[in-house]
Design a protein around this ligand. Structure first.
Ligand code: NAD
Length: 359
C-alpha cells in the first residue's frame, strides 16, 4: 500500500506507529479528521495476519468515525487505533499502559475508548497514563458503551421497517445476528424482548450458549450460513467487510441493520449491489453511533437526558438518510454525503471564525 497516497485520497491528517520494546506493544493511531473537533475512537486489539491488514483496518475505521460523529451531529472528528497482537496473547496492564502513553502523545486530539478486544479494565489501565481515554469505570469514565450502541441500532431497525413500508412491530419478525458478543447480545436481547425470533451465530461457542440460554436465541446448525438465512433483518455484529461479492448474492433478507463497523467490503460497489438486489442497507456508521454518542457526549459534558435523546434521534437520522438514498446509487453513498455536508458546514464555520478576512 502507498500510505501517503491513501491518506491523501481519503483525507487522513495523521497516522502514527508505535513500538514499545518492553511489552512488545505494536500499535497504530490514525487521526482522520479534526475539522469538527477532537476525535474519539475505540482501540481495537486483534491478531491481524500482517501489517498491511492492520493499516487498512485503522485507516478505514478512522474515516468511518469521522462520518459517524458528523452524522450524529457531534462536535467531534474521527480517529481510531489498533494494536497488533499474536493470536491468544492475553492483555496486560503493562501493555495497556504503554498504549496509554502512546495515546497521550496526541495531547487530546485523539481520545481512546474500547473496541473489539478491549474492555473497561483495559481502558482504565490506559487511563493510568493519559487523561484522554474514555470508557473505563474506575480511572476514566463512561463504562461499556455497547448497550447504547445496540439501543441505537434497534432504533435504526425501526426506521428501516418504516422506510420499507412495514409495520414497526417486531413480533413475528425473524432477525439473524452474526456475532453474539457485547453489541450482538444486547441487540438480540432487545429484539427478543419485542417479540422477534432471533437466529444467531458466533465463532465463540460460549457466546452462542449464553444467547441461547439467556435470550432464547436459536443457534445456527453446523453447516448453515448466517448470510443465507431467510429473514426480515440481517444484523452483522462481528467484524467488517462481511457484505461482499461472495455473500451478497446469497442474501435472503429484506433489511440489513447491524452494529459492526465497515460492513461493506467495497463500499461503493457492494452498497450498489445491495440496492440492485432490493435489500435495504442501514448504513453502519449511522445505525451504530450510539456508543460514540454516549462516550463523546459524556466527554463533552452532556446530561443523561440529552444523551438519551440523541440516541433516540438515530431513528430519525436513519430515516432521513434512507429517504435521501432513494435517489442515490446506494444508502451508503447517501450516508457519506449526509456526513460530508455537516463536515463542510463545520469547516466553513471554523474557517469563518479563524480567518474572517479570508472568507
Ligand atoms: P465483541 O468482541 O464483544 O463481539 C464480537 C463477536 O463477534 C465476538 O463474540 C466474536 O467471537 C464474534 N465473531 C467474530 N468473528 C465472527 C465470525 N466470523 N462469525 C461469527 N461471529 C464472529 O465486539 P462488539 O463490541 O460487540 O463489536 C462488534 C462490532 O460492532 C465491531 O465491528 C465493532 O467495531 C462494532 N461497534 C461496536 C461498538 C460498541 O459499542 N462496542 C460501537 C460501534 C461499533
Amino acid at each position: 500500500m502507498k500510505l501517503f497516497d491513501t491518506m491523501n485520497q481519503h483525507g487522513h491528517e495523521r497516522v502514527a506507529f508505535h513500538v514499545d520494546p518492553v511489552t512488545g506493544l505494536r500499535a497504530i493511531i490514525a487521526l482522520h479528521s479534526t475539522v469538527l473537533g477532537n476525535a474519539l475512537g475505540g482501540t481495537r486489539r486483534w491478531a491481524y495476519t500482517d501489517e498491511s491488514e492492520a493499516i487498512r483496518d485503522v485507516l478505514r475505521l478512522s474515516e468511518g468515525m469521522t462520518y459517524k460523529s458528523a452524522a450524529a451531529d457531534l462536535p467531534m472528528g474521527g480517529a481510531k487505533s489498533v494494536i497488533m497482537i499474536e493470536k491468544g496473547k492475553v492483555p496486560t496492564e503493562a501493555e495497556a499502559r504503554a498504549m496509554g502513553r502512546f495515546v497521550n502523545t496526541f495531547n487530546g486530539q485523539y481520545i481512546a475508548a474500547e473496541d473489539v478486544g478491549v474492555n473497561t479494565q483495559y481502558c482504565d489501565w490506559m487511563a493510568q497514563e493519559s487523561n484522554h481515554v474514555m470508557g473505563g469505570i474506575t480511572v476514566s469514565h463512561g463504562g461499556d458503551p455497547s448497550p447504547f450502541t445496540s439501543q441505537g441500532c434497534f432504533n435504526a431497525m425501526k426506521a428501516c421497517l418504516a422506510h420499507t413500508g412495514r409495520k414497526v412491530d417486531f413480533s413475528g419478525l425473524k432477525i439473524a445476528v452474526q456475532g453474539l458478543g457485547a453489541t450482538g447480545y444486547e441487540l438480540a436481547k432487545r429484539c427478543r424482548a419485542h417479540g422477534a425470533t432471533v437466529v444467531g451465530t458466533d465463532i465463540n461457542p460460549a457466546a452462542i450458549e449464553r444467547a441461547v440460554k439467556e435470550l432464547g436465541v436459536e443457534a445456527l446448525k453446523p453447516g448453515q450460513d448466517i448470510f443465507a438465512q431467510e429473514c426480515d433483518i440481517l444484523a452483522p455484529c462481528a467484524l467488517g467487510a462481511v457484505l461482499n461479492n461472495s455473500t451478497i448474492k446469497h442474501l435472503r433478507c429484506a433489511i440489513i441493520c447491524g452494529t459492526a463497523n465497515n460492513q461493506l467490503h467495497e463500499p461503493n460497489i457492494d452498497g450498489a449491489s445491495l440496492k440492485q438486489r432490493g435489500i435495504l442497507y442501514g448504513p453502519d456508521f449511522i445505525v451504530n453511533a450510539g456508543g460514540v454518542i454516549r462516550l463523546a457526549g459524556l466527554y463533552l459534558g452532556m446530561t443523561e437526558a440529552a444523551l438519551d435523546k440523541k440516541i433516540e434521534q438515530i431513528e430519525h437520522t436513519t430515516l432521513a438518510v434512507l429517504k435521501e438514498g432513494k435517489n442515490d446509487a446506494s444508502e451508503y453513498v447517501a450516508a457519506v454525503n449526509y456526513a460530508k455536508r455537516r463536515i463542510e458546514a463545520g469547516r466553513a464555520k471554523g474557517a469563518a471564525t479563524k480567518h474572517p478576512a479570508m472568507v
